[in-house]
Write a new protein. Structure first.
Length: 136
């Protein structure tokens, strides 16, 4: 099911209760800016729902000989949601796995234009901050 503003707000409340006591004031301020900016943009919750893997960052296989993406595993978190959930990896994550040069080809193969990517940008930036906080 696609995330609602209420779902995201509940997660933010959990972050405030459980994570804020553990992090520095500057980090809290950054998390507040990102969450509140995201939650206060109604356009972030308007999208064409699609089937997404939603956990590509840790379930992408890289061929050790070529360095190219070679497969995906673990579809247990697949859901109908914003397409931005699956474009965090090419937007931010390919750099983390050492194959940043494949970003343009990945987006092109997916049929994502620069304009579409920019429309996804608020959700992508939110996901970039939110992903490490999901464990709470």
């Amino acid at each position: 099911m696609a995330p609602s503003r209420a779902d995201r707000a509940r997660h933010y409340e959990a972050v405030i209760r459980r994570i804020f006591p553990l992090i520095a004031c500057e980090a809290r301020s950054h998390v507040e800016r990102v969450y509140e900016g995201y939650l206060n943009k109604p356009e972030c919750f308007v999208f064409q729902p699609v089937l997404v893997h939603s956990d590509l960052a840790v379930n992408t296989l890289i061929d050790p000989q070529t360095g190219h993406l070679s497969g995906l595993i673990d579809f247990g978190d697949a859901a109908v949601s914003s397409p931005a959930l699956d474009f965090w990896l090419p937007t931010y994550g390919l750099k983390h796995v050492g194959v940043e040069e494949q970003t343009a080809a990945c987006l092109e193969e997916a049929g994502i234009s620069p304009a579409q990517l920019e429309r996804m940008r608020p959700e992508l930036e939110f996901q970039h901050l939110r992903y490490p906080l999901l464990g709470i």
